[in-house]
Design a protein around this ligand. Sequence first.
Ligand code: GLN
Ligand code: ZN
Length: 756
Amino acid sequence: MNTSTTVLGYPRIGPRRELKHAVEKYWAGKIGADELETVARQLRADTWSDLADRGLDTVPANTFAYYDQMLDHIQLVGAVPARYRELGLSALDTAFAMARGRDEIGALELTKWFDTNYHYLVPELDETTSFALDASKPLGDLAEAKALGVRARPVFIGPLTFLLLSKPSAGAGADFEPIALADRLVEAYAELLGQLVEAGAEWVQLDEPAYVQDRTADELALLESTYRRLAALPNRPKLVVTTYFGDPGDALPLLAATDVEGIGVDLVSAPALVDRIAGLPAFQRKTLYAGLIDGRNVWRGDLGGALSRATVLLGAVGELVISTSSSLLHVPYDVEVETALDPRVRERLAFARQKVDEVVLLGRALRTDDGVLADVARRPADGVVGPAGFGVDPAVRARVEGLQAADRTRAPYGERSLAQETLGLPPLATTTIGSFPQTGDVRKARAELRTGAITVAEYDERMRGEIQRVIALQEEIGLDVLVHGEPERNDMVQYFAEQLDGYAATELGWVQSYGSRCVRPPILYGDVSRPRPMTTEWAAYAQSLTERPVKGMLTGPVTMLAWSFVRDDQPLGVTADQVALALRDEIADLVAAGIRIVQVDEPALRELLPLREADRKAYLEWSVGSFRLATGGAPSAVQIHTHLCYSEFGAVIAGIDGLDADVTTIEAARSRMEVLADLADIGFHRGVGPGVYDIHSPRVPDRAETQSLLDAALNSIPAARLWVNPDCGLKTRTYTEVDPALRTLVAAAQAARQRL
Ligand code: GLN
Ligand code: ZN
């Protein structure tokens, strides 16, 4: 038999978020390490048994993590920074200290895992880092799996991806790069592979997704030499090196030239790889882990298409393993439990369990079980558009098709800023990003509405009370441009998704975002439209309470896509334009209701940036275009703001300019205004509000600190265009922090105005 089935990885939070609950109880001191370990062991066992019962030939191991797989890997190779080691804690508590910080010691940096919504902890390395293997966790996993009678394949981050995702520690030399440690690290892997083969591992999976990004010639050469070295080890398991989320490009033939037995590729994001692989003779001696089922989106697979690709591959490779394009970590567990979902949406969905079934079915079809083959062939190619045109809205499609360049163009900025003088704003105008702290009362009201304990009218009344309080507070503090505080929003994407046609919500569709934080992304399944105004009532109410301008607050089209599961049957740009048109209508309604400033948040503009440089221009075209479509109908006198966060703006700086917003508020406090130099480089000439208050920390900045950030900003932006605001929304903070911090911010702005 030269075909088999597996998946690259599986969710670990538990079908009912059991891990999240257990970990948080442990943090709160309500359960001990033993009890936490018991929950974890049960989850692993349940997962393996389920995967094996469903018919997978082999299952992944070492994909479980209490918090993050990168974090576990830091401990595996003994690269725990000294400041955490010196705490003298147990391995578990050391891991949590790195993840969450402890006393005076901050946490490791958290950043996005490629272009997904998963976040990993960034290893810190320097010249003095010496690796020391501790393989107790993967060895324990192997033993557990063996006891259950399943064939498990331990999964690890590959040495080069580990280094390429690391950063130099604070004490590293100026030109130290983590990749310089490759030699040393590979020794630790050699030892690891030796221990694993002793423990009975047949295959080991090493993930090298960093090679779907642009890599230098040196980095490519290092890939080849590293895997030649590992493949030459006398005593080791078989190796499969996997890439995912894109096309490995030049890395593919280099890997194929080494003696690793297996190569894994993502054929969903890079279907053209099928032909390339078929053209590389080296693959005739390899086992190909063919990622034919999408590991990161929620649609049922096109099994007919996958089957024909698999058939081509079967003739071109030594052995074929049908698999997922990536770990299933990025999708929820099970669509069967979503009983409240419209069946016409549900029948098009496949979550992790259903994807396992698809992999198994493909495997059976390939083994020419005729009944299964016929069954697979009979299944419709699961486009998003369902039975009887469900999800199709001809009016929306016609509107998108009829769009003109003029729809994305406002009057020149000079003309607009003149018209906006009627707002009567001072230089160094002060504002906030939108949300105010979500108090216990606010959350209680939402919970009570959900359970039916209060009526919609009562809920609305409580929200109005909250808005009234927030407006009064902002007036008293002396802010210039006010917000209503967003108390009615559970989440900035979900809130709009719930009101737009074409979006569905799940009940238990949780996916891990980082650590114990899980999100439930809405599912954008059809043409998007806005049946009725979404925010005007709240905005108009807030504006009725004050003379000062209140900003209308919307989530931009790119962010609405980035934090949802989106349809894959049409270009993202078309979907984004549909969302943009709904927002455009909303802005018109806000303006009609007397709102003079509208903020369209795009914190995710950076996140969706393609992994390869060559794809970025096209991305920025549609993403920026959709924002401009959303805002392009606003009259000149209406001031359009946008907001971005999560730093590292370098690659999207031209895009930020392209948005053509009148005012851009942007995270900047932690990086000490780094973004301003980038903006100056491209001659950015509109309003900008670099954050002077780091809201990601509970610390309340003092006057000197705020003032110094403001002075730094004034060095590169003239006061007339400079806004004074926090880094991001205040939702996650408390009033005891926010109240003094905002007063300090206003005082700093006023003092700076005096000096103009
Ligand atoms: N307006 C949103 C808020 O203040 C923006 C949040 C964000 O940028 N992530 O909460
Ligand atoms: Zn933000």
